[in-house]
Design a protein around this ligand. Sequence first.
Ligand code: GTP
Length: 477
Amino acid sequence: MQVIALARMPETSLHDLARYLERDPALTTRLLSLANSVFHSHTQAAENCREAVSRLGIDATLSVALGFGLARQCTRGGMSGLNVEHLWQRALVSALASHRLAMQVGHAEAGSLFTIALLQDIGMLALDVVAPELYGDIPTDADDHAIVIEGERQRLGCDHALVGAWLAGQWGLSERLVDGIANSHATLEEGHAEYHCVIASSLIADAWLSDNPAIPFADLVPTLLHHFNLDTAELSTLIATLQDELPSLTQLFEITQPPGFDAQQILLEAKRLLHTQNQRLSETLLKQHQELEYLRNRHELLDYRIRFDTLTGLYNRAYLEELLNKHFLLAKRTHTSLAVIFIDLDHFKQLNDRYGHRLGDEVLENFAGLLRGLLNENVLGGRYGGEEFLLILPAASTSLAKHIAETMSQRLAETSLAQVDGEPIHVTASIGIAHMSKNEFENAHDLIHSADQGMYLAKRQGRARISHFDPTAENGQ
Ligand SMILES: Nc1nc2c(ncn2[C@@H]2O[C@H](COP(=O)(O)OP(=O)(O)OP(=O)(O)O)[C@@H](O)[C@H]2O)c(=O)[nH]1
């Protein structure tokens, strides 16, 4: 409390601070060790608390003093599920990694990035003191620190980075430290570039402390190489340096040294895993590509089936009705005419019965060929059902409709649609025509119905003929 009170007073000098701190011999020893450590290297060793404090600066001194205060309270209390040992191991690896990364990219504030990374999880210590039950069911030593953040947000609506930043503000630490702690748990994509080293250091620490570092490092390596513009050799050297520096720092903080590993081996393993992952990814991509191709083909097939008749390849009934509807509405809107020709092959049942269904199919296919010869952008047509066919003639006059129907009959008379024992098979058709010139029809269905009626008239009159159905005439003729 005295340290906090002092830190808040603008006139406090390092000298005053040192006077208070040296009352705690354990803390003084740590401040001296830190001041004389490689991170604050100086030609001459600091010999007393005042020298240590002036070398460390007010921010780092306060961080260490207050951080130790909290750490002691947590370990002394032995309260919740918070793994304090793991927390400090993470803090130390992060601090070193942040410092080294900052040096590697030439960041001017490597020292303060060390302190920010060291204190990034200080909020967890504070939360553990005020809410010991919080970490009961959040695994604070999980390989992925994001789990802790997520757990806190769910329970508290905020995370320890925010709490830590608030605490640092209350302690009177510099704005830069407060801001750094608040930003320490952002993602590299979203986080402030100023604190990228701190953000990455947290990821490095997670990978470092995991049971099998090669796996998380495999995920992390490409990110680190990309964000910090490093090559693998530089990254390998960086990790090896961290390994050299870590023992003195863990000793200073009286924290168990995390298990070591062969940096080069880990990176090799990470690269191998990355290669396998990439291979798997390309395989998945290939599979997805093939599935997409299959779906596209299937879609095309279904699209085809929705519109076309499989036996003849002509438009099917559903699509003919859709087309007719469209042209019917257009004709109504633009006051243009529209003709429909209904064609029904004669005695088809007999043909099937006499020569078999296969021959019947052949006749239908060949008739479709004849019909196709008449189709163009003004004559649309298809198979309406069994042995029934429909032609739609937008904007056609009655005489044009008759002419098309006669051409059809003529071609049918001239063409044999199959052969049996070398003998040609000829088929005739009954054809009905309906014509709309003055909005006589309510809907497209009525128009088809009229053409159908015309076709029946032709049947009744002896087949192999054309009949124009006039719905306004008494008997349709
Ligand atoms: N081979 C074959 N026959 C079909 C197909 N679709 C319908 N049919 C047959 O066409 C025949 C139509 O018979 P009906 O409706 O009695 O007409 P029809 O024998 O042509 O007699 P009319 O129309 O009065 O001249 C039936 O026997 C159906 O089985 C098909 O895709 N292939």
